[in-house]
Ligand binder design. Structure first.
Ligand code: IFM
Length: 435
């Protein structure tokens, strides 16, 4: 089968075991302990207890017929203080996961960073400290040396723009900062970190296939007013272009370029822009922007049109935006594309939960739209559903569920939903066609 069908997760959202076997704290552990940050005071302390249930979870993936699984490594599990002493038990746990996946015939796709910065590094300034690029490269070296004999597909970061905007511009995620200068420094340092990590992986993993994973959603102004249009254009540069443009095209988009110039040193752009093998798109919904003079950058999330359907957690649903995103990525970046996340969040208990017809409908229409874009020339090579399991949905805690597989957080029982059964059947049918 040429097309790769998989599912994605991330470490902090599913692993739990935050204080076990030598793992150090991450910024999300700290954030969750601050009052009022996360809905219902939830945290990833236990999450899906995947750390202890890894083998069974790989069994589930095998039952679903997944060909690939994208997971993230928890930086503080491998390097409890972010740099220096390596934690052997942390490395062992990812060895086990990778080995079980390979035994099950599932290709591991390893993402180095899905938002869980070691707290000790945040204490040194985190991503606002230019040295963070070097810390990240050292962490990437540890992973590449250890896992590079078995892992071929590597992602540097998951959704560069989301964790940086939410953490350093909107103040909604750790480290809860809203400051222009800090945010600009962070954008540039994260780009440097990406480039340095690409260099390290290439050096240690012959034949590695490397990419970045981007939240890439068409941006639409809430109204045709010049103010909303200009604010949305700047929002678009921040959300969609601030990372792939320098990484792949070697330049920042125009509005951002002017502002970021003071932080760019000689040689930086060559460090950032290195050949990549694929472009990862996480697609959920179009984003509506509007002018908001009181916000840090003068833009804010706008309201989608009233006639656009919404999920029960309030996200717009518009499958026509998906091919638009894929075609834009094709024309702008000219790399093979993998859809590294796509799925629907639902309130717990909604839709009789296990019979998740709304998610099933979302997946069917979005996969059909993706296949249409592929027929029209978008070089889409694979699709990873978000997510394998219900999990800790950041600021929303456990109040939004994205899993193909339902998780009962009291018993940790896993139950595949209707969407999981449909997805498994679709994968199976396609495999039979190519036999
Ligand atoms: O759960 C998140 C994931 O961590 C990053 N992409 C979007 C998902 C749904 O919000």
């Amino acid at each position: 089968m040429d097309f790769l069908w998989g599912a994605s997760t991330s470490a902090y959202q599913i692993e739990g075991a935050v204080a076990e076997d030598g793992r150090g704290p991450s910024v999300w552990d700290t954030f969750c302990r601050e009052k009022g940050r996360v809905d219902n005071g939830d945290s990833g302390d236990v999450a899906c207890d995947h750390y202890h249930r890894m083998e069974d979870d790989v069994g589930l993936m095998r039952e679903l017929g997944l060909a690939a699984y994208r997971f993230s490594v928890s930086w503080p599990r491998v390097l409890p203080r972010g740099a220096g002493r390596v934690n052997p038990a942390g490395l062992d746990s990812y060895d086990r996961l990778i080995d079980r996946l390979l035994e099950a015939g599932i290709e591991p796709w390893l993402c180095l960073y899905h938002w869980d910065l070691p707290q000790a590094l945040d204490d040194l300034g985190g991503w606002a400290n230019r040295d963070a690029a070097g810390w990240f490269a050292d962490y990437a070296t540890v992973c590449a040396r250890r896992f590079g004999d078995r892992v071929r597909h590597w992602a540097t970061f998951n959704e560069f723009s989301v964790f940086t905007l939410f953490g350093y511009a909107f103040g909604w995620a750790p480290p809860s900062i809203a400051d222009q200068e800090t945010h600009l420094k962070v954008i540039h340092t994260v780009n440097l970190a990406h480039g340095d990590a690409v260099g390290v992986i290439r050096a240690h993993v012959p034949g590695a296939k490397i990419g970045g994973v981007h939240s890439f959603q068409p941006m639409r102004p809430q109204s045709p007013s010049p103010e909303d249009r200009e604010a949305t254009a700047l929002f678009d540069e921040h959300w969609n272009l601030a990372y792939p443009d320098p990484q792949i095209l070697g330049r920042y988009p125009p509005r951002l370029a002017r502002r970021i110039e003071p932080y760019v040193q000689a040689g930086d752009m060559a460090r950032i822009c290195r050949p990549l093998d694929w472009f990862g798109i996480n697609f959920y919904a179009p984003v509506y922007g509007r002018a908001e003079p009181t916000s840090l950058w003068g833009f804010a999330f706008g309201a989608p049109p009233d006639d656009l359907p919404r999920s029960d957690v309030g996200w717009p649903i518009d499958a026509t935006a998906f091919p638009q995103a894929l075609m834009t990525a094709r024309d702008r970046y000219r790399l093979p594309i993998y859809v590294t996340e796509n799925g629907l969040g639902r309130r717990p208990g909604a839709d009789a939960d296990l019979n998740d017809t709304a998610r099933l409908d979302y997946m069917q229409t979005h996969i059909a739209a993706m296949m249409e874009a592929k027929r029209q020339g978008a070089d889409v090579r694979g699709y990873f559903a978000w997510s394998l399991l219900d999990n800790f949905e950041w600021g929303a805690g456990y109040s939004s569920r994205f899993g193909l597989v339902h998780v009962d957080y009291t018993t940790q029982a896993r139950t595949p939903r209707a969407s999981a059964r449909w997805y498994a059947e679709r994968i199976r049918a396609e495999r039979l066609l190519t036999l």
